[in-house]
Design a protein around this ligand. Structure first.
Ligand SMILES: C[S@@+](CC[C@H](N)C(=O)[O-])C[C@H]1O[C@@H](n2cnc3c(N)ncnc32)[C@H](O)[C@@H]1O
Length: 310
């Protein structure tokens, strides 16, 4: 029962209802013309009130924004989980995915290394959005012209691990506990390359577009945004993608226990909003990038990497 129904069921609510009805009847009787003239405005006024009392939290206005939001450190996001909950419950499982290369991160990082040595400015400032423990990105950055690494993540334990892993880099390192969307919106530090891996898919389509637009605004002409994200085949809907994801996992991810696999699937089914390959590219063009390319496709065809250049 919602707050409004509770109020109506109380003695005070009953008294208020009788009073409002009596005033209404009096007004209708004595000022019929005025009341009828005001009727459309009263209906309009009723809309926000219905919205407030008639729905529970989370009512959505469009298909694009209806599924999930960004999890904040201490306020629940999609699936009722905070980023810290996700970290606590899923990090050990996520490590297994990395160690066994179930998401083909190794191929993606090899491609990132190639891109950086061939296309990045010399030297370059690198921003890693949702850096996690940075374990995968370090080898990709070694042997490149990186001058500055900035990692942003909401989970303090991930940043602690990242700090240790990043000691292997021969450049200045800065780590920041922040929401990457917010950090890109308010920051003004120079950045040449933005890397975003396995986290952008938690945002709704309009939020992905807005973030890409903000990143585009921060990049110099020879800069780039690179993403590695769950990707639907063109024409494939979310449900079919998730079934394919589950099928692949059941068959190939044998190092996960049944419970770990269930946990991983629950997270993916509640939180993940993968775009199709064409949509990932269109979003970049809509954000103002003129050179957009698919740079790598995981052999499972569940994840792809895209590069966006101004
Ligand atoms: C799946 S891990 C990816 C880590 C790393 N990018 C990689 O590819 O291995 C997701 C990471 O995103 C972080 N995260 C999720 N939402 C975030 C947000 N809105 N702002 C900053 N970090 C976020 C989590 O704390 C977690 O460390």
């Amino acid at each position: 029962m919602n707050a409004f129904s509770c109020f109506l069921g109380s003695k005070l609510g009953l008294a208020a209802t009788v009073l409002v009805a009596a005033i209404g009847a009096y007004l209708l009787w004595t000022h019929t013309g005025h009341v009828l003239a005001a009727a459309p405005y009263l209906l309009l006024l009723a809309c926000p009130l219905m919205h407030l009392f008639g729905h529970h939290h989370g009512h959505s206005h469009s298909k694009e924004t209806s599924m999930a939001g960004v999890a904040q450190p201490d306020t629940p996001g999609a699936g009722g989980e905070t980023v810290l909950d996700i970290f606590r419950h899923h990090w050990a499982i996520y490590r297994k995915f990395l160690v066994h290369d179930y998401m083909s991160n190794a191929g993606a990082y090899a491609e990132l290394h190639r891109f950086l040595t061939e296309n990045a400015p010399w030297p370059f400032a690198f921003v890693d959005l949702a850096c996690g423990d940075a374990s995968g990105v370090v080898p990709a950055l070694q042997g490149t012209a990186i001058a500055h690494y900035r990692g942003i993540d909401l989970a303090p334990p991930a940043l602690e691990l990242a700090k240790r892993n990043l000691e292997a880099l021969p450049c200045a390192v800065e780590l920041e506990e922040a929401d990457f969307v917010q950090a890109m919106r308010v920051g003004s530090e120079p950045v040449d390359i933005v890397w975003l891996s396995l986290s952008l898919h938690h945002l709704t389509t309009p939020d992905k577009r807005t973030l890409m637009l903000e990143i585009r605004g921060r990049l110099p002409p020879n800069g780039a945004l690179l993403i590695y994200e769950p990707t639907r085949r063109d024409g494939e809907d979310r449900a079919t993608y998730l079934d394919r994801f589950e099928e692949t996992g059941r068959r190939d991810w044998t190092a996960l226990s049944a419970t770990e696999f269930q946990e991983a699937m629950r997270h993916v089914r509640t939180c993940d909003l993968p775009e199709t390959a064409s949509e990932w590219q269109s979003l970049g063009r809509e954000a103002g990038f003129s050179r957009v390319a698919e740079a790598f496709k995981a052999p499972s065809d569940l994840f792809r990497m895209f590069s966006y250049q101004p």
